[in-house]
Design a protein around this ligand. Sequence first.
Ligand code: ADP
Ligand code: 5GP
Length: 218
Amino acid sequence: MIKSKENGLLIVVSGPSGSGKSTLDNMLIKKRKNMVMSVSDTTRKIRPGEKEGIDYNYITTEEFEKNIKNDKYLEYASVYTGTYYGTPENFVNKMLEKGKDVILEIDIEGARKVKEKRKDAIFIFIMPPSMKILKERLVSRKTETKDQVIERFKTAYKEINEFNKYNYVIVNDNLDEALLKMDAIITSEKCRVDRIEELDVGNAEEIIHEILVDFNEK
Ligand code: ADP
Ligand code: 5GP
């Protein structure tokens, strides 16, 4: 009776480094069918445990700047000193057209650019329960050097002040509860009235005729 739009949802997830974005996004993708992560290009070095083409496409600064010129990115930003991160637009468009929901795990500057270009995107901010817990998670992840942790922690203060530019905020205290909230947001977004393309109630006279026939037969 109701026909919803067939294209997928574009979901932007931001939050300070260590707030739990990757953890939550990966859990959500396992839980929901039809959802994919966009794989960004980056000029930062690959970390132990990361995989080329899965966590990021690791490219040189020269390659990245060439891609900027060729208009490859939906958005890009220099998130930490001298390090580019960008979302290849082609992949995102292809997946959305196929009806897949696409998650972009990007910083606040990138999110701002997506907001200008894609009015129908959904913006979710992942908030740590406290700055003390954020520090503990960031340090215990052991993926950054001391200087990198300090830079990320300083950036976190700027990022947190931007939370009110997003549609939703999730405090990532208990992981399972945070995941439930994220899942519920996506489910609700799929029920939005503006995602309905067509309402077909059929022919009332035909149905009334069928009712009359049903009654006469009894
Ligand atoms: P981000 O992607 O935002 O940088 P991560 O997903 O890498 O953050 O999470 C940072 C660290 O905190 C990881 O070691 C992760 O296992 C841990 N973590 C994430 N969410 C929680 C949570 N709710 N409770 C405890 N630890 C968490
Ligand atoms: P990390 O180096 O920890 O993987 O990511 C650092 C930051 O870069 C995170 O805030 C992450 O969300 C952001 N980031 C990752 N990919 C992109 C991207 O394609 N565009 C933008 N603007 N930010 C990104």
